[in-house]
Design a binder for this molecule. Structure first.
Ligand SMILES: *[C@@H]1O[C@H](CO)[C@@H](O)[C@H](O)[C@H]1NC(C)=O
Length: 496
């Protein structure tokens, strides 16, 4: 498929310095600036200090840094990073050059606001400002190909430069976030019945407009969530299905039975289509179809399982649902994580069950600014943890773990002598597996924390050889991923 200009494929080539050259620069840098971070890295490169020191990313820090990137929002303990941006506009990162992420993406905003909607105390002002902005984005999509328009200027106008279009996961993610909010404030709230959902096909209500688009366009070719390749994507189908399942229940409650039945039909068709992403020969779920030159082992599958699973039902373990606790997703998790063990220098080839830094996919060449070699991403390392944390919650609430021949290699990481079968809570197998899984998930978070800036901030990526932060600073989605995983670790995966 056609190569495109995208946020994750900037045009300026980046020349990677040899590590000796880099160490020299960093020694000079820390000699003159006293920059502790640079000093730590240079010591590590010189072999004087093998490990980066423990950093301070906490869930409240991450939450406030995420909020700081939303127009008009007041994070506690730090300043808003996007002054002048209309209230409710979620900016992808405050970085305006090398790379310029100072835009509003439908995807990043919906995933961020899902985390906001999942908080114990609802920030109605913040969420309702987001709703106003999304209304504008939806209306401004009119001049473009479709609601799959991925990215908008901070003032809400459409970004009209060359880009990968359409990106059809956006409307699906937005619909799920808005439905979750409507459920929290109650379906008889006037905001729901006036603005969010009216049965009329021509009424232009936000959720209905998105659900109609998703239900009629999920089969179309689309760019992926990394904005690089056009084809069919597991992630897009998973989140489209989730939106339509949410939408069908919602339409039923709001007295729109015809729509409910249409959304259910389409969700069922997507479920059938999703089965074809399982590659039984290789033993993992592939991220895409119609895309060449890649193995298909991709962080997008982890994210698709997390955000596509219908958390309102107990189907996380059903193999055809691809929830985080299903045998096919756990098998994919093992192969995905293993694919980075010797690829990135900082992982030092650590063997399973050690956690390692994970990136988007092995063949990645985007380095956060231009193209050279791909790096580990915070989003991806955290999604590796969140899959495990969610699966642990599901096993605990079911009181058993079922091991199939598909998931056996995943579970064998944590206990010796395992075979297929069902193991009840309290058995040594169950206990050993849960303990091992928790250790691994904590390991992913430790990696994230050990590579954050000393103030706890997270960029988009960290360098595969030096561990130093790289790419857009203070990436909103990195923080959303941190908070989301923390909820899963506490048994509170995003239930809304
Ligand atoms: C933390 O430090 C990094 C690196 O200097 C910087 O990019 C980030 O914006 C800082 N965060 C805050 C809250 O000051």
């Amino acid at each position: 498929m056609v190569a495109i200009v995208s946020k994750r494929r900037a045009s300026k080539p980046f020349v990677l310095l040899g590590s000796a050259g880099l160490a020299l620069i960093l020694v000079v840098l820390c000699a003159f600036s006293g920059n502790a971070e640079a000093a730590s890295i240079s010591r590590s490169l010189l072999g004087l200090k093998q490990e980066l020191s423990k950093r301070t990313t906490t869930v409240s820090y991450a939450y406030n840094r995420m909020i700081a990137n939303i127009g008009g929002a007041s994070p506690s303990g730090s300043s808003n990073q996007v002054p002048g941006v209309p209230a409710g506009t979620v900016i992808a990162a405050p970085s305006t050059a090398n790379p310029n992420y100072f835009y509003a993406w439908i995807r990043d905003a919906a995933l961020t606001m899902k985390v906001v909607v999942s908080q114990g105390t609802l920030d109605r002002t913040l969420i309702e400002n987001y709703i106003k902005v999304e209304k504008i984005h939806q209306q401004n999509s009119d001049g473009s190909a479709s609601l799959g328009e991925p990215k908008f200027n901070p003032d809400g106008s459409r970004f009209t430069g060359p880009w990968g279009r359409p990106q059809n996961d956006g409307p699906a993610l937005r619909a799920s976030t808005l439905i979750a909010y409507a459920k929290r404030i109650g379906l008889s709230d006037p905001l729901v019945t006036n603005t969010l959902y009216t049965p009329s096909l021509t009424g232009g209500s936000l959720i209905k407009t998105d659900l109609e688009y998703v239900s009629h366009h999920w089969q179309d070719s689309s760019f992926d969530l990394w904005e690089e390749v056009n084809g069919q994507h597991f992630f897009n189908q998973a989140v489209s299905r989730r939106a339509l399942l949410d939408g069908a229940k919602f339409a039923t409650s709001l007295n729109d039975p015809g729509a409910a039945s249409w959304y259910n039909q389409q969700a069922a068709s997507i479920k059938t289509s999703m089965q074809s992403f399982w590659n039984s020969g290789s033993g993992y779920v592939t991220a895409y179809q119609g895309v060449g030159g890649r193995s298909g082992l991709d962080c997008a599958v982890m994210l698709g399982a997390l955000r596509g699973w219908d958390t309102t039902t107990a189907t996380a373990v059903d193999t055809t649902e691809f929830g985080p606790a299903s045998d096919k997703i756990l098998a994919t998790h093992k192969k995905y994580v293993d694919s980075f063990r010797s690829l990135y220098g900082i992982n030092k080839g650590a063997a399973a069950p050690a956690a390692v830094a994970t990136g988007r996919y092995q063949e990645d060449v985007y380095d956060g600014v231009g193209t050279s070699r791909g790096n580990p991403w915070y989003i991806c390392t955290l999604s590796s943890a969140e899959i495990i944390n969610t699966a642990v919650s599901v096993f605990n609430s079911r009181g058993s773990i079922t091991i199939t021949s598909i998931s056996l290699p995943f579970f064998q990481q944590f206990a010796s002598g395992l075979s297929t079968g069902t193991f009840a809570a309290g058995s040594s197998q169950f206990n050993n597996i849960i303990t091992g899984m928790k250790t691994m998930s904590k390991g992913f978070v430790d990696i994230v924390q050990s590579h954050s800036w000393t103030n706890g901030s997270l960029n988009e990526e960290f360098n595969r050889d030096t561990g130093f932060n790289q790419g857009a600073r203070d990436l909103t989605w990195s923080y959303a991923a941190f908070v989301s995983n923390d909820g899963a670790a506490n048994g509170q995966f995003l239930k809304v």
